[in-house]
Design a protein around this ligand. Sequence first.
Ligand SMILES: Nc1ncnc2c1ncn2[C@@H]1O[C@H](COP(=O)(O)OP(=O)(O)OP(=O)(O)O)[C@@H](O)[C@H]1O
Ligand SMILES: [Mg+2]
Length: 273
Amino acid sequence: MSGKSWDGAKPAALQAAGVRVGYGEHAVLDGLEFDITPGTVTAVIGPNGSGKSTLLKTLTRLLRPATGAVFLNGAAITSLPTAAVARQLAVLPQGPTAPGGLTVGELVEQGRYPHAGPLRMLRMQDHEAIRTALGLTDMTAYAARPLDGLSGGERQRAWIALALAQDTPMLLLDEPTTFLDIGHQLEVLDLIRRLNRERGLTIVLVLHDLNQAARYAERLVALDRGRIVADGAPRDVLTTVLLAEVFGVRAHILADPESGSPLCLPYAFVGRD
Ligand SMILES: Nc1ncnc2c1ncn2[C@@H]1O[C@H](COP(=O)(O)OP(=O)(O)OP(=O)(O)O)[C@@H](O)[C@H]1O
Ligand SMILES: [Mg+2]
């Protein structure tokens, strides 16, 4: 654990307190204490099955804790109306699905419903937000195309556009770069950084690429078997010990020549306890 404090003066944008959550009887996360400070970029890392998506689903009310609670800007998230939550946080789930035949434009339009009145009439600012989200994700030319006729990466960008169209102060993205070629990966990560720096968005993202996580996030949270085992600045979290103990990988850690952030060179899977 690093000594850096994430519980500064600002009230947590999102806070999990004493959370036990899982599927049926099986608890994936137990005794979870977790705070997200407004205006920060946090990357959640960890092996497959360690509980990253479960954490994101819990923070965004897609899963209800058996014990404990999640607070959004200080209010119990379960006590808030759905549209109020959707105006505060947008989610990119892992492996999202949509009804067959839906076009990219129709999908992205759904991001505006939390802002619309009861008749879901789109106003000028809604069309503007949709246009902006499609532009930021390079999807303008695909607006009329059905989602199920797109490549994996194009579809992923359409879902990111949906989250952006929601125009929320918080974005929670579960593996936003999967399926994307390296150019589009960097484009999405640069966009995330811009949204944070220029518009002050609070961002939580799950990433498997540890070097990208270290480069784009100021805070890394490492999960292992449902427990937070490291939490802090990338240089404190991304260590050879963590790589060995959490991922079962022998690695060297260098300093990235351009950004100075830790750069991990994994050499071999050596297994874990
Ligand atoms: N819908 C579900 N029903 C039952 N068990 C589930 C369900 N979803 C996930 N799990 C289990 O919960 C644990 C944590 O899963 P989770 O999806 O949070 O992992 P993850 O860290 O996101 O993994 P990955 O990197 O593969 O996406 C795993 O053991 C998984 O098998
Ligand atoms: Mg996952």
